[in-house]
Design a protein around this ligand. Structure first.
Ligand SMILES: [Mg+2]
Length: 221
């Protein structure tokens, strides 16, 4: 049966991305750990994701940029996990379709989000994913995010398969999925309801409940 890989944010987790406040809090916590007091301008950059600015400020403050980045990623993961446990961030109510599919075929979770959070979410929803892949907590790991197919390719290599379907809520999911040689399913969610369907998307889903029929039609074709 067809292998189906899923994006996480906007597919499993409600909303298209991590709240910027999570990264702001994570940067602040990392800076406390490293014992430095940045200027307000430096702090603003640390809370964002511009690597060159962050590396420059780390040099000026005499801290290791790789260490700062890893700490920030780790704190962002724990902040995200807290928000999921408290219900501040929800999960979509149609994701049982993923669980059901996992009982019949190979499924995977492949996300731009941090690997630590992907592993947490896989455990939290209790699905039997055959592969879970998120970004590594390094500058290089961040640069490999979709639309780069790096993490999808990596997951396919691990699984030893070359075809399947990638399900995502964003045009970059379609770009990355196609680049990895997969069919793609563009999933409609409230935040992308008015976006045009990416022209290169193989399929479009109004809900994950449409997955069984999509997979069945793919298998029979
Ligand atoms: Mg997404």
């Amino acid at each position: 049966m067809t292998t189906v890989l899923f994006d996480m944010d906007g597919v499993i987790l409600e909303g298209p991305r991590t709240d910027p406040q999570v990264y702001a809090d994570a940067a602040d916590a990392a800076l406390v750990d490293l014992g430095v007091e940045p200027t307000p301008d430096q702090r603003r950059d640390f809370r964002n994701h511009d690597h060159e600015r962050i590396k420059t400020h780390c040099r000026d403050l005499e801290i290791d940029p790789a260490r700062f980045w890893e700490l920030k990623e780790t704190y962002a993961s724990s902040g995200t996990h807290d928000r999921l446990r408290s219900g501040e961030r929800g999960i979509y109510d149609d994701i049982d379709a993923v669980r059901d599919l996992g009982e019949r075929t190979t499924i995977g979770l492949v996300t731009n989000n941090r690997h630590e959070t992907a592993a947490f979410v896989a455990d939290y929803v209790g699905f039997d994913f055959d592969i879970v892949r998120g970004r590594d907590p390094t500058f290089e790991g961040y640069e490999r995010r979709k639309p780069d197919p790096y993490y999808i390719d990596d997951a396919l290599n691990d699984l030893g398969v070359t075809d399947g379907i990638y399900v995502g809520d964003s045009p970059k999911d379609v770009t990355a999925g196609r680049a990895a040689g997969l069919e793609t399913a563009f999933l409609r969610r409230p935040h992308n309801r008015n976006r045009e369907r990416p022209s290169n998307a193989t399929h479009e889903l109004e809900s994950l409940t449409e997955l069984p029929s999509l997979v069945a039609s793919t298998d029979s074709s």
